[in-house]
Design a protein around this ligand. Structure first.
Ligand SMILES: C[S@@+](CC[C@H](N)C(=O)[O-])C[C@H]1O[C@@H](n2cnc3c(N)ncnc32)[C@H](O)[C@@H]1O
Length: 283
């Protein structure tokens, strides 16, 4: 009994830890951006610090060269990268949303913020062409994009990176967010165990240039399809909520609040394994 009680206490401590260190204002900002552009935001709240640290660890020590972060949002991963030792003047943040860009510039003095499209990476980073890039760290909601666009993103990232560069990406799905067929013979892919202390739980994938990378197993391809479907379904709901919110702009009616609450609780309830239930039958 005493042990059970202690476990409960520990769990509540863990939950508190998970939430602390993230200003409440960031949650609100995030939710607002989610309603305005769900496909871009792709998450219900900023990443927790356990996930942010796992992203920073995947980059490894950076002594020279730039680290480019794609989709920094309110900056949890940026903070973890700086804490891990990436010098602010070697960090480039590529963010689409103007409000996030302003916030990042205030929050991280000395870090360069580029407002632009990460999927047009070569153009967005054109004026950095002469500086070697050591790592690209992405929190972009890749599963909201078609596989060809995701494959093009990683191609561009490796074309811009110095030899030995690394591409880091987190995902709420169970399969590689970079289509496995696109990686075969080009990039090796390695995933961490799920980071359960994040809402929702996520994995960090690390890709490196590797001409011997093996072809995907059929099971992995099927998992990718399932993960894609889950992303689509989720974004559809967020888009519907956004439309409702815009229609009622000015007076945030009870219906809108209830809808937002539903989305939040569903996103929190979902587990990565849910996608198995929705896999299409084999041909
Ligand atoms: C899932 S959020 C992650 C935010 C933050 N890194 C975190 O972990 O909490 C995705 C971020 O990517 C940004 N984003 C989406 N599409 C983008 C694009 N094409 N170019 C640049 N940023 C983009 C969104 O504005 C948002 O800030």
């Amino acid at each position: 009994m005493a042990r059970l009680l202690k476990k409960r206490v520990d769990l509540s401590k863990m939950r508190a830890r998970l939430r602390s260190g993230r200003p409440l204002g960031d949650e609100v900002r995030f939710l607002k951006t989610l309603f305005e552009s769900p496909r871009l935001t792709g998450a219900v709240s900023p990443s927790g610090r356990f996930l942010a640290r796992a992203m920073a660890r995947a980059v490894g020590p950076v002594r020279e060269g730039l680290v480019v972060e794609l989709g920094p949002g309110t900056g949890p991963v940026t903070r973890a990268l700086i804490e891990q030792g990436v010098p602010p003047d070697q960090l480039i943040l590529v963010e689409y949303e103007a409000t996030f860009c302003r916030l990042l510039s205030q929050r991280f003095p000395g870090v360069r913020v580029v407002q632009g499209d990460a999927y047009a990476l070569r153009r967005t980073l054109a004026d950095l062409a002469d500086r070697p890039i050591r790592a690209v760290v992405s929190s972009l909601p890749l599963l909201n994009q078609p596989p060809a666009r995701r494959a093009a993103l990683i191609e561009d990232a490796f074309a811009l990176m110095a030899p030995g560069g690394v591409f880091v990406q987190f995902t709420y799905g169970v399969a590689s967010p970079i289509p496995r067929p696109a990686s075969a013979g080009r990039f090796s892919a390695h995933a961490t165990a799920p980071i359960w202390l994040n809402l929702p739980p996520a994995r960090v994938w690390t890709y490196r240039a590797d001409p011997n990378a093996s072809a995907p197993a059929p099971l992995f391809s099927r998992l990718c399809e399932g993960a894609d479907r889950m992303g689509e379904e989720w974004v559809g709901k967020a888009e519907a909520a956004g439309r409702l919110l815009r229609a009622k702009r000015g007076k945030l009616g009870a219906k809108v609040r209830a809808h937002a609450k539903d989305i939040l609780s569903e996103a929190r309830r979902r587990k990565p394994l849910d996608i198995f239930r929705n896999l299409p039958p084999r041909d």
